[in-house]
Design a protein around this ligand. Structure first.
Ligand code: C5P
Length: 239
């Protein structure tokens, strides 16, 4: 893989709480990573302006708001995300088939296929254990629920999933090569694992079948963030 292809696979997790800090990372990393992930904290504080600010710097956005509501509400929220022209946004597969299918029917009806946002499903949050699932009445193991929900999402027309590195191979097998897989919990060989437990290196995650890697602290907490990005690009390119 070329270094540019490797770079385009990196999604920087913009986990900051001020507009100034967001601007700092956008200007520092524009052109060096493929995308920025905006989550609930930043979006709740600054709203769509944060997305526009990033896009105005020529960088693409993964809007990580994980919609989960009645089908019509999720479809309408998704329409607004797509109007912001984000590259990726997501919803919870546990919202069910109808919620996902209604959303994808709206997407296909209202946005041109070539440049519409891609929609990802979250299967089971990686913070959930078998115990978490039992508490809410789900008696199946995580390893069974993840491919089951990924297949349901694919059947509803969803473009891909967010998945932990250890689930990538399972999902590739269940959903084939045409389904996007975005993977957080990636740690380059030079970085600390922080609070991430089931980690893989960027090279391992790409080799297992990940299309994009969400990476935050290995870049943001590095003594030299730009050097960290280039080291990660090297690792992916060598995969
Ligand atoms: O700093 P770090 O590389 O751990 O950041 C990873 C990002 O991916 C964070 O924004 C985190 O919330 C998100 N994420 C994750 N694990 C998941 C889902 C999302 O680490 N299972």
């Amino acid at each position: 893989m070329t270094r540019d292809e490797a770079r385009s696979k990196i999604i920087f997790a913009l986990d900051v709480d001020t507009l100034d800090s967001a601007r700092h990372w956008v200007t520092t990393l524009a052109g060096r990573v493929g995308m920025f992930k905006v989550g609930k904290q930043l979006f709740t504080a600054y709203g769509p302006d944060i997305v526009r600010m990033i896009e105005n710097n020529g960088v693409e956005v993964f809007l990580d708001l994980k919609y989960h509501d009645i089908p019509n509400t999720v479809a309408m929220a998704s329409r607004e995300a797509a109007r912001l022209q984000v590259k990726l946004f997501n919803l919870h597969a546990l919202g069910g088939y109808d919620m996902m299918a209604r959303t994808m029917e709206m997407m296909e009806r209202e946005f041109p296929a070539e440049n519409r946002s891609k929609v990802l499903a979250v299967t089971i949050l990686t913070s959930s254990t078998e115990e978490t699932l039992r508490e809410v009445g789900i008696e199946h193991p995580v390893t069974e629920m993840v491919p089951r929900l990924a297949k349901l999402a694919q059947k509803a027309g969803i473009d891909g999933v967010v998945a932990s590195p250890r689930e990538v191979a399972l999902i590739r097998e269940a959903c084939g090569s045409d389904f996007l897989i975005v993977t957080p919990g990636v740690r380059p060989s030079f970085a600390a694992s922080d609070d991430q437990k089931r980690i893989m290196t960027p090279a391992e995650a790409v080799a297992a079948g990940a299309d994009y890697l969400v990476i935050g602290r290995p870049i943001s907490a590095a003594a030299d963030p730009l050097r960290a990005v280039e080291a990660i690009v090297d690792e992916i390119a060598a995969a």
